[in-house]
Design a protein around this ligand. Sequence first.
Ligand code: PMP
Ligand code: GLN
Length: 397
Amino acid sequence: MGGDEAAVTPRLPYLNARLQGLGTTIFAAMSAVAEATGSVNLGQGFPDYRGPVEVLEAAVAAIGQGHNQYPPGRGIQSLRDAVAIHQRHWYGLDFDPASEILVTAGATEALAGTILSLCEVGDEVVMFEPYYDAYPALVAMAGATHRVVPLRPPAWGFDPDELRRAITPRTRLIIVNTPNNPTGKVFDRDELELIASLCRDQDLIAVTDEVYEHLVFDGEHRPLAAFDGMRDRTVTISSAGKTFSVTGWKIGWACAIPQLITAVQTAKQFLTFAGGTPFQHAIAAGLALPDDRLRDVRDDLRMRRDLFCEGMADLGFDVLAPASGYFATTDIGSMKEHDAVAFCRQMPERCGVVGIPSQVFYDHPGDARTLVRWAFCKSTPTLEEALRRLATLSPSR
Ligand code: PMP
Ligand code: GLN
């Protein structure tokens, strides 16, 4: 390569800046640190336990039955049917499996296809902050820019005027992630109604990220598409990774009116084209499981949330327990720590645990500089070991 490093620097200045010299996302970087140092990995959000056995067995069976070639570009029929039934059953939303549902390589590809196909250079995308890291990165890849609306702890509410001010004549999309990563916030009816009314008034397309839809402990998940006038202006995105504890399978989907689905597919077919055939079969089987099997996954995770959050509170940590999802937040400001990046860098050596500095989910972290995100989607022995190790940092020791 001629040894010229500048020549191989990706031509994506925003992404290079975000990666802060790590070369990968913070999640992948911190998983590598955990591996290299033998630390308990409470960084990247993936379970270290198995999902429902019926779903795992269905994937093995699908491979055995020879479902190993390219699926149709929109996904196999039985999975699109299963997603349509799921949306009707849980939320009363009707989508035509032939023209209004697209299977993707995880929610990530659905988000990428949506943002790349709907945004042009100069467009703006509104999102709440803290945000999932892929949103601003994908917006940058589309040549668009993002504007943030702060969610403020401890309740993670937002100021309606700040949302109104973030919308400009250039706004093309608004991204709504509920249930939310990293905060665990579940947007309530009034908040969603306000977002819906702004989308209607300003003629905006909403993109929802609902990957934690079945992991709500407190409150209720409401899809934005179910609000008045929103079905036809929302791209509803979800995936199977969290619902069935199979994050490595990367089976996701988008539901929207035919014109929007066609747009998303236009980009999607040049991203992965299509993939994951046996896993598509398995998730079709998973979505047909009785509701109680999905609730079992949630109840099991709630137990892990409580174990971790109560354990951390007992150690004297300042805990923000989440209403949903995989992650808890602590504020290390009360431990006289000023910067969660430095804290998280030192943690593997100080106590053998990995967490994520919440700053990576912000443009302007401000008071969030002292927040740390912890993944509690881990087996009981893993969580107990993490708590034992974190006791050595305990503010109350
Ligand atoms: N959105 C959110 C909010 C997430 O936390 C994640 C990470 N799992 C994703 C999207 C990506 O989902 P997938 O693995 O299905 O691409
Ligand atoms: N969603 C996961 C998290 O927030 C990470 C997925 C990834 O590594 N891209 O930790």
